[in-house]
Design a protein around this ligand. Structure first.
Ligand SMILES: [Zn+2]
Length: 335
């Protein structure tokens, strides 16, 4: 679904402000390179600016109206002077760039303006890159190029040097949640994923990852056992934890999840339930939150952060976890 200027400005304020100034001052560059993770709005912004260049009745001098003939044809991919290149299979082939050049050697069909947008520009083959480079070196007046990439470092430096590079920032958790739900993630799962990563691809992978699903269960169980019986927690480390959280990265993930449980407890106590991420554990966590204090939760969170630091400093993970479990139980009123 298309997003309006205002919606995209919410997503990428810096980029949109810059583009707005270029439009108002009539200083649109010949070539832009949009770089940033998937889902950050690169293509939508490219299309938006394209509409702004062709729109028949701009709003406030820079926002496309979204309703005129040109705006609508660009949105539906039917404008004769707007060309979009996507990878053909795994790569963008030299023929694709050549046919673009042939097309652009002619005058615009309807005006002097022409726009091309290359999605996943990092997937250009070497010969395609070289071909594009020549094109960028001799820009036709009235031609605007948008190159889009998630992997800036894969592009030739000579190409980079001919583009105005705009960086698209990772999404804020709230925006991320919305995107996740739009990509089919259950609304109860989105907040946790959005909290753990701001990379849409990574979040979508986690969402269907068996290891991650199991990891959540083990972490909740550890918290529960911690409250019930300190000895049992040590046993649980042996029976469940160590066999699941093996690699350093996995252990960090486990500790992050544990940290988020305590954070949720704090949110419940502060009456900020809308900030919770373990929504599926909502009922149990509410019960737990009644039986502890904010002060204690903060101490426990510090202990987890300390454990993460020790892990980073290469402390033995087994020892680190055992110390952490003892720390988390310290001063417990349930023992
Ligand atoms: Zn328009």
């Amino acid at each position: 679904m298309e997003k309006t200027w205002d919606q995209l400005e919410e997503l990428q304020p810096t980029v949109l402000k810059m583009l707005k100034n270029s439009l108002l001052k009539n200083r649109v560059a010949h070539a832009y390179l949009f770089e940033g993770m998937r889902g950050t709005g690169k293509k939508e912004v490219g299309l938006l600016l394209t509409k702004a260049l062709f729109c028949e009745s701009l709003i406030e001098g820079y926002k496309p109206c979204e309703t005129c003939n040109n705006c609508r044809r660009i949105q539906s991919g039917n404008h004769p002077d707007v060309h979009i290149v996507e990878p053909d299979g795994l790569s963008i082939k030299v023929d694709q760039i050549r046919s673009l050049q042939t097309e652009f050697s002619k005058k615009g069909v309807e005006s002097l303006k022409k726009v091309y947008l290359i999605s996943h520009a990092d997937k250009m083959s070497v010969s395609a890159s070289n071909s594009l480079l020549k094109f960028l070196e001799e820009p036709n007046p009235g031609t605007v190029a948008f190159l889009l990439t998630e992997q800036l470092q894969q592009l030739l430096p000579t190409i980079l040097s001919r583009c105005q590079i705009l960086t698209f920032k990772p999404l804020a958790p709230k925006v991320m949640m919305k995107q996740l739900v739009e990509n089919g993630v259950a609304p109860v799962k989105a907040p946790l994923l959005a909290q753990l990563t701001n990379n849409l691809d990574e979040a979508l992978k986690l969402n269907v990852d068996e290891w991650f699903a199991q990891a959540q269960k083990i972490v909740v169980k550890l918290y529960e056992v911690l409250k019930k019986n300190p000895l049992e927690a040590m046993v649980m480390l042996q029976s469940d934890w160590f066999s699941h959280f093996k690699e350093k990265e996995q252990i960090h993930r486990g500790l992050d999840l544990l940290l988020l449980i305590f954070k949720d407890l704090l949110y419940i106590q502060l009456d900020k339930q809308e900030q919770m991420v373990f929504i599926e554990e909502d009922e149990r966590l509410r019960q737990f939150a009644l039986q502890t204090s904010g002060r204690r939760i903060s101490d426990q969170m510090s202990a987890i952060l300390e454990a993460k630091r020790k892990l980073q400093a290469n402390m033995n993970p087994q020892l680190m976890m055992e110390q952490l479990v003892l720390k988390l139980q310290e001063g417990s009123s349930f023992v």
